[in-house]
Design a protein around this ligand. Structure first.
Ligand SMILES: Cc1cc2nc3c(=O)[nH]c(=O)nc-3n(C[C@H](O)[C@H](O)[C@H](O)COP(=O)(O)O)c2cc1C
Length: 166
């Protein structure tokens, strides 16, 4: 199994240390290599490093306290003008997000995936805070940074959730 899959955990406390632009670029390269429905690649990535904007996020999204210490966040949105069905936007953006999370492990970075959609009030709060076009569906905001907490690997394998059809 790919080592990063085993090691990845949600990190909710970060060191006061910026993420190198080269590393952010590598995360975005990985994101845009993800598969997408009809290969339409509807995603857009808003990279936030503005301290004040990051710290404000938990005031309009209750489950994002880690943004108070995260030095970077990536908002992953899908453009409804490119991909008409929201279900595909969710799938495409999620595949891109997963590439970010796994690539981050290889770069010694921690991450935390925080959903924005489908909560309409959170979607509109992010649209207005970051000037996102109305046509974009903001799927998630991903905290990125050097971890200030250590989390171990876990065993989540459940054989009873598998059915074989031979
Ligand atoms: C769609 C989705 C939405 C999530 N939203 C949040 C969130 O808003 N805030 C948060 O702290 N974690 C969020 N998480 C992270 C989960 O809580 C986390 O993945 C889960 O508890 C398992 O822990 P692990 O990532 O360390 O394996 C989200 C994860 C997913 C996949």
């Amino acid at each position: 199994m790919i080592e990063a899959i085993k090691k990845r955990r949600s990190i909710r406390s970060y060191q006061n240390k910026p993420v190198e632009p080269e590393k952010i670029n590598e995360l975005l390269q990985a994101a845009m290599l993800a598969p997408s429905a009809m290969n339409l690649m509807p995603w857009h990535f808003t990279v936030v490093t503005n301290r004040e904007k990051l710290t404000q996020i938990p005031t309009y999204h209750p489950y994002t306290n880690m943004m108070k210490t995260a030095p970077c966040a990536i908002i992953v949105s899908g453009d409804r003008a490119i991909t008409k069905k929201d279900a595909f936007i969710y799938c495409d953006c999620s595949a891109a997000i997963m590439n970010i999370l796994l690539s981050a492990v290889d770069l010694d970075l921690g991450t935390c995936w925080c959903a924005i959609a489908p909560d309409e009030s959170r979607m509109s709060a992010f649209r207005s805070a970051f000037d996102l076009p109305e046509a974009w569906l903001p799927v998630a905001v991903v905290a990125v940074g050097y971890a200030a907490e250590q989390k171990g690997m876990k065993d989540t394998f459940k054989p009873e959730r598998i059915t074989y059809c031979e």
